[in-house]
Design a protein around this ligand. Structure first.
Ligand SMILES: *[C@@H]1O[C@H](CO)[C@@H](O)[C@H](O)[C@H]1NC(C)=O
Ligand SMILES: *[C@@H]1O[C@H](CO)[C@@H](O)[C@H](O)[C@H]1NC(C)=O
Ligand SMILES: *[C@@H]1O[C@H](CO)[C@@H](O)[C@H](O)[C@H]1NC(C)=O
Ligand SMILES: *[C@@H]1O[C@H](CO)[C@@H](O)[C@H](O)[C@H]1NC(C)=O
Ligand SMILES: *[C@@H]1O[C@H](CO)[C@@H](O)[C@H](O)[C@H]1NC(C)=O
Ligand SMILES: CC(=O)N[C@H]1CO[C@H](CO)[C@@H](O)[C@@H]1O
Length: 477
């Protein structure tokens, strides 16, 4: 029998999995020569479970996923000495032949194209419902792939986005085309300024966090050691969700934390998603989607819970329609729901996806919306006829974990769990697509409010960074 408390801090992934699997089953043909560092988040979590405590399925899922995503990587892209890695790669560098992630393919034994094909074949998409990603989607949309809507501007390699929970990828938010907020080091919300090319810790929630304002319902004593599962930034407000139901609100232009509370207790009551939105009467509100099957709505002036809707399954993501009347709710079920945002009553079930969903977004036109699923597709729906989705957009290798529209509704971007972000010309029926191709897990994507920039956070111990694409001048309407 193994003991979690005796494991060394800098455990290697393969060794940890051997420990782990050793307790469950043995001899499953793993490559014992793999020397991959276990991501500190997972190592810390596993260590935290303590001696004698059975690791929950949650941990085993995380381990399995890490195994999936990291196992083939180091074999194919051998370690490069870090001295050759530059802090930022510009469009000029890329025009001059530099890889957008600074991978020096010419020194490697494999070409980018071969490695891409190997990844496409070997990447194991995480599924809750077996084979959901492999099923043939007969109704998938055939798009034209050559679109060029956004062009590479920079890869800020000194920024290290991180991901805490492998299914929650809403961890990057642009507030202008030069400013982005993102999660780094599992508990720190960082601010990146592209003007000064510098990162700063904006809010570190690893230590003690307590509110500096008085609001009924806040936890005046605060809490310690929050791990960030999700975040959102909009209207000069940052809302951070933690893995044990924590909720922390901070105004970008005010000192201190304005509000914090715990919406639920316990290790598995994660805050899965936060959406900040403006009500038709121009008040700022936010909804949070919880693993405790609830959707809660708060106002930002007084931080009062204005709605509490309860569902029968964990809610992984919700999006409010621009008129504030309808809520898209997706979670641990293939079918999503369109509900009345006041009562929570189902307006329509959204049938079509084959696995659990983690992403949703409304087109600012208020008529169509999108849902992203682990079955590797994004479905587009039209509220005027919800009997069937109007388009099925197919990813290449991973689940669709993050979806964003530009404020003018011209473009929609969807991120796969790794390696690909797809941008569609939404105004013209999603017929044309631009595919952005890189290597690594996606922490989040975000258009700047003026649609001029698209930020992509890549979380990878070696080739991670913050990618920025700029709207092509020819596309400026
Ligand atoms: C482009 O690459 C060449 C060869 O690697 C190098 O000599 C040159 O300085 C580079 N130019 C710029 C603008 O980086
Ligand atoms: C990340 O967090 C750990 C623990 O809070 C800290 O020791 C470490 O210095 C941090 N690393 C960076 C790069 O900020
Ligand atoms: C999640 O929260 C609910 C309500 O607060 C509680 O009843 C439940 O026990 C919690 N679950 C865990 C695993 O802690
Ligand atoms: C919804 O999200 C969370 C992450 O908190 C996960 O634990 C829960 O089971 C979810 N759904 C699926 C399919 O895992
Ligand atoms: C709604 O869409 C379905 C499937 O595309 C179609 O068969 C049906 O006629 C439509 N209903 C209306 C009222 O347009
Ligand atoms: C109800 C409640 O917890 N209120 C507290 C909110 O925060 C302020 C400032 O920390 C406290 O003084 C209140 O008691």
């Amino acid at each position: 029998m193994w003991r979690w408390d005796t494991l060394p801090d800098d455990l290697l992934l393969a060794e940890l999995l051997l420990y782990y699997i050793g307790g469950v089953r043995s001899g499953d043909g793993m490559d014992h020569n793999l020397r991959v560092k276990f991501p500190p988040c997972i190592a810390a979590k596993v260590l935290k479970t303590g001696p004698g405590i059975e690791p929950a399925k949650y941990y085993s899922d995380s381990c399995a996923y890490c195994w999936h995503t990291m196992s083939h990587y180091p074999q194919l892209v051998p370690a490069q000495s870090t001295s050759t890695v530059v802090a930022a790669i510009s469009a000029t560098d890329v025009r001059n032949g530099t890889d957008i992630q600074g991978i020096s393919w010419d020194t490697l034994a494999i070409t980018r194209e071969t490695y891409r094909n190997t990844r496409l074949q070997q990447y194991v998409n995480y599924e809750n419902i077996p084979f959901s990603g492999k099923a043939l989607k007969e109704d998938r949309k055939i798009t034209r792939r050559g679109g060029v809507f956004y062009e590479f501007s920079h890869n800020y390699r000194s920024v290290r986005p991180s991901i805490f929970h492998f299914q929650l990828r809403n961890l990057v938010w642009a507030t202008t085309s030069y400013d982005a907020y993102l999660m780094t080091n599992f508990s720190v919300v960082s601010h990146w300024s592209a003007l000064t090319c510098s990162r700063s810790d904006f809010l570190d929630v690893s230590g003690h966090v307590a509110p500096t304002q008085e609001h009924p319902g806040n936890l005046s004593e605060g809490f310690k050691g929050t791990s960030v599962s999700t975040l959102a930034v909009k209207d000069k407000l940052l809302v951070v969700g933690g893995t044990r139901g924590e909720l922390i609100c901070k105004h970008l232009d005010r000192p201190g934390v304005s509000f914090c509370t715990k919406t639920a207790e316990g290790d598995l009551n994660l805050t899965n998603a936060v959406e900040i939105y403006d009500t038709p009467s121009a008040a700022v509100h936010f909804t949070i989607s919880g693993n405790d099957c609830a959707v809660r709505d708060f106002d930002v002036e007084k931080y009062q819970l204005s709605k509490h809707l309860q569902f029968s399954w964990p809610v992984n993501h919700t999006s409010m329609s621009p008129d504030g009347k309808l809520l898209v709710v997706v979670g641990d079920k293939p079918d999503g729901l369109l509900v009345d945002s006041d009562t929570g009553k189902t307006v329509m079930a959204l049938n079509g996806h084959l696995d659990h969903s983690f992403a949703s977004a409304w087109n600012p036109d208020g008529v169509t919306f999108a849902t992203g699923n682990q079955d590797k597709t994004c479905r587009i729906w039209d509220v005027r006829n919800l009997s069937k989705s109007i388009a099925v957009l197919q990813g290449n290798l991973g689940g669709i974990y993050c979806i964003r529209y530009t404020a003018d509704g011209q473009y929609m971007a969807m991120a796969e769990s790794a390696d690909f972000v797809h941008i569609y010309d939404a105004k013209n029926g999603y017929e044309e697509e631009q595919e952005i191709d890189f290597f690594g897990e996606v922490g989040g994507i975000s258009f700047s409010p003026d649609s001029q920039a698209l930020y992509i956070g890549i979380s990878d111990h070696k080739y991670g960074g913050l990618l920025v694409y700029g709207l092509c001048q020819s596309q400026n309407h």
